[in-house]
Design a protein around this ligand. Structure first.
Ligand code: ATP
Ligand code: MG
Length: 778
């Protein structure tokens, strides 16, 4: 065994080493608490497998986020060398399934260019499905009705939209539990079956799959095509899964089929399961025990990450959960460390001021002068709570990076990606619509009118957005347009054609992206300044222009080329220099979609010396010396939904919220601060989180602002004092910004892929239009 491998394996403790070096044909289950070296053991396992003669290209490691995948590749690379690390397949479930479905698209009745439908497109397909069902119903009723009485065409679009909300929920649930129309019919659910059937047909007609389909179609490929199963089983001789507690039943199914050779290692902690809203299901642990009967289970009990105080406080908290399937004893031999500081603050500004004081105090403490900022994180339940810190850090010139910043959600970035997507075969309406929004140099209202008109024409003529736009701007159909509007519209059409040519001529994606980015008008960038400002973080710190966006995009291109494209190129025999860069671009856009879906964009290079701002959901698996959990208030964590004025809570959701706080607390190595505020931006009194009381007295140090006990007097006093507090209250938060972090992962990530298809059945090939678009017509 190479010296480096031996050295690494020796640095593990006995249990960890036993796990890493277990016999390769024994299914392995590692269940352990936070900071006990699960991920470190996984790295050891990879080294052991390599040493056993398994080629890196035959190892499949699944992690939950692309950031975790990069982290893993880096760690293996440090020991086993960059070449081996590059050859490993380290993937998320979705990107793995996406590749599999693309390679065998014809078997699932798609072409390899199939589209991925996010939330918005799914909604449109469902509206269409409802419309089709209503049509059928009205045809059946026609005999009984007077002519035109129950005509579906009389119904307003709102009618279908209203209905679609309910049906979208149903379709999502049906897909998550892998229900088929035939099964629904058997249960007597005729209408449900019909909707699902129409929906599936529409997606097939549009050459599209939604996120659930990606996993279920992969399962279908493996179960109905023995040659695909064989190909996968030959390719993946060893499978390793980190953060197993977050896999859904369907994802587990995929794993079970893939891993029939038994060389499978799963690693997880049920107490850290925080994605149940996304279908995560901890019963996967039991399924694994049932399905892989000769499995070996290893428990790691020693926490290497945190001080004893932090470990004990977090353990006390999680013990309040009743539903825990595998009780774990987490101990540490680390020093006691300081008590957890629970700090009461007047409002969010006061909270921010306190955090900044502490950061500066610790940074100048020389705690770790080289990367003192880099070892600090601020964690919050909802993305919006990070905003006040971004503004203050900018003012105080404290470098920061935002985990989970939705870089690919920025309208500017989406416009650039949209411009690139229009060059891919099978591009639907969304990217075209986005490009028109970005490139038409009109005021907002005028732009909206023009785009609405194109939409209207495309609905009436049942054609795609781009062919409607083409006919309008080349005056093939009459309309009430100003001459300037027609000229500008034609310019956009020309730009699209230029981009298409560029992609076919240019050899490098970087060059194409640079040219395309430069086509985005300054006016549009200024319009979007607010968006960039909201979650741009570092973007604004440097310069608020296209250069920063472009630099980040090009960074991702090189990341993509060095990690992903090597594998894709070999697999598909793609030649970078053949026919410009369109095949590379297609692979890059898939990579971007994956990142966009995760709503996760981590600037690895920026993290070294900057404070991390992140939601708790995105902090999993990571660690920092000093952690501030901010806004630990009731209604924040636990975050409870309000229905018709009353807050609904149930034991299950409270337990998930408690696990979330558990994950947050266990990110800290040395110091943990938990802060709550007394008054919100509407001067309403807020309560500290109920979970704070679950931390034993002897482990916490509470710094309260007021010692008044009587609630009435306290409220008045807080308001008086807050009024005197020298800093402004945070501005009122727009409702859309107060979305749950969790919901953001479901809705925003999926919504953001939305390309707002006008008529899903009529998705036309945009490129053929561009080819048709002759010089004379211009
Ligand atoms: P989480 O549940 O949060 O994902 P984990 O169980 O995956 O945690 P790791 O991230 O692998 O834990 O390890 C936590 C920390 O402990 C890391 O800093 C790692 O380097 C350190 N560590 C792990 N094992 C050992 C060991 N045997 N000796 C010293 N340090 C260790
Ligand atoms: Mg881990």
């Amino acid at each position: 065994m190479p010296d480096e491998y031996i050295k690494y394996l020796q640095s593990l403790n006995d249990k960890q080493r036993e796990a890493a070096c277990s016999d390769i044909s024994t299914p392995l289950l590692i269940v352990a608490g936070p900071g006990s070296g699960k991920t470190s053991t996984m790295v050891g396992r990879v080294l052991f497998l390599l040493n056993e003669g398994i080629s890196p290209s035959n190892i499949l490691a699944m992690t939950f986020t692309t950031a975790a995948a990069s982290e893993m590749r880096d760690r293996v690379g440090l020991i086993a060398g960059k070449t081996a690390a590059k050859e490993l397949t380290i993937s998320t479930f979705h990107s793995f399934s996406l590749q599999l479905c693309r390679s065998h698209a014809e078997k699932i009745e798609r072409t390899s260019e199939f589209l991925i439908y996010g939330h918005g497109q799914q909604r449109r397909a469902i509206i269409e499905a409802v419309r089709l069902l209503e049509n059928e119903k009205s045809r059946q009723n026609q005999v009984a009705c007077k002519p035109g009485e129950d005509s579906n065409s009389m119904r307003s679009p709102e009618y279908f939209k209203d209905k679609s909300k309910k049906w979208q929920k149903f379709v999502t649930q049906a897909k998550a539990s892998a229900k088929t129309p035939a099964e629904l019919r058997k249960l007597g659910d005729e209408i449900e079956a019909a909707i699902l059937e129409h929906y599936n047909n529409i997606l097939r007609a549009c050459n599209a799959l939604d996120y659930h389909d990606l996993i279920s179609c992969s399962v279908k490929l493996l179960t109905t095509f023995p040659e695909v199963l064989k190909e996968c089983q030959d390719s993946w001789r060893a499978i390793i899964i980190d953060e197993f507690q977050d896999t859904s039943a369907m994802q587990y199914n995929l794993l079970r089929i893939l891993a029939s050779h038994n060389c499978v290692t799963i690693v997880g902690d049920d107490d850290q399961s925080i994605f149940s809203f996304n279908g995560a299901d901890i019963s996967g642990f039991d399924s694994f025990r049932d399905d892989f009967q000769n499995y070996k289970e290893i428990r790691l009990t020693r926490n290497y990450r945190s001080t004893r105080c932090i470990v004990e406080a977090a353990s006390s908290l999680i013990q309040h959960n009743m539903k825990r399937c595998q009780l774990k004893n987490v101990l540490t031999e680390n020093s006691n460390g300081s008590k957890i500081m629970i700090k009461e603050c007047h409002n969010e500004d006061a909270q921010c001021a306190f955090v900044i004081d502490k950061i500066l105090e610790n940074a100048s403490d020389g705690l770790d002068t080289e990367c003192s900022y880099g070892s600090i994180a601020i964690l919050y339940r909802r993305q919006v709570s990070g905003k006040v810190f971004q503004t203050a850090f900018r003012e105080r010139k404290i470098p920061f990076n935002i985990h989970g910043v939705a870089f690919y959600r920025k309208k500017v970035v989406r416009a650039i990606i949209g411009m690139l997507r229009t060059t891919l075969p099978g591009c639907d309406d969304g990217p075209y619509r986005r490009v028109f929004k970005a490139l038409l140099p009109f005021e907002k209202e005028e732009k909206k009118r023009v785009i609405d008109h194109i939409d209207k024409i495309s609905t009436i003529r049942k054609c795609s957005f781009i062919s409607a736009a083409h006919d309008i701007f080349t005056a093939k159909i009459s309309g009430t347009f100003k001459r300037s509007q027609l000229t500008q519209g034609r310019k956009v059409l020309l730009t699209l054609e230029m981009i298409s040519k560029l992609v076919h001529r240019e050899q490098s994606i970087s060059a194409v992206i640079t040219s395309v980015a430069n086509m985005v008008p300054q006016k549009y960038l200024l319009e979007q300044r607010a968006v960039v400002d909201f979650d741009g973080g570092k973007l604004l710190n440097e310069d608020n222009d296209l250069r920063s966006v472009l630099r980040y995009l090009l960074d991702d291109v090189s990341d993509f080329l060095s990690t992903q494209f090597v594998a894709i190129k070999e697999e598909k025999n793609v030649d970078e220099n053949e026919k410009g860069c369109s095949s590379m671009l297609k692979a890059f856009i898939d990579y971007v979609l994956e990142r966009e879906k995760e709503n996760f964009h981590i600037r690895r290079h920026d993290n070294k010396n900057s404070v991390t701002l992140t939601t708790i959901h995105q902090s999993k698996g990571l660690e920092w010396d000093i952690v501030f959990i901010v806004k630990a208030n009731e209604t924040e964590i636990p975050l409870l939904h309000e229905f018709n004025g009353t807050v609904k809570e149930n034991a299950t959701s409270i337990e998930e919220e408690r696990r979330l706080l558990y994950v947050a607390m266990t990110r800290a190595r040395k110091k943990l601060f938990m802060l709550y505020v007394m008054v919100d931006s509407n001067w309403q009194l807020l309560q500290p989180s109920r979970f704070l009381k679950e931390i034993p007295h002897h482990l916490r140090e509470v710094q309260a602002e007021l010692s008044v006990k009587d609630p009435q007097t306290k409220h008045q006093k807080i308001l008086d004092e807050t009024a005197q507090f020298p800093v402004d209250l945070p501005r009122e938060v727009h409702p859309s910004e107060t979305d749950l972090a969790a919901d953001e992962l479901v809705n925003v990530q999926i919504n953001d892929l939305a390309t707002e298809l006008t008529d899903p059945v009529e998705a036309l090939d945009g490129n053929s239009f561009l080819r048709r678009f002759s010089v004379e017509e211009r």
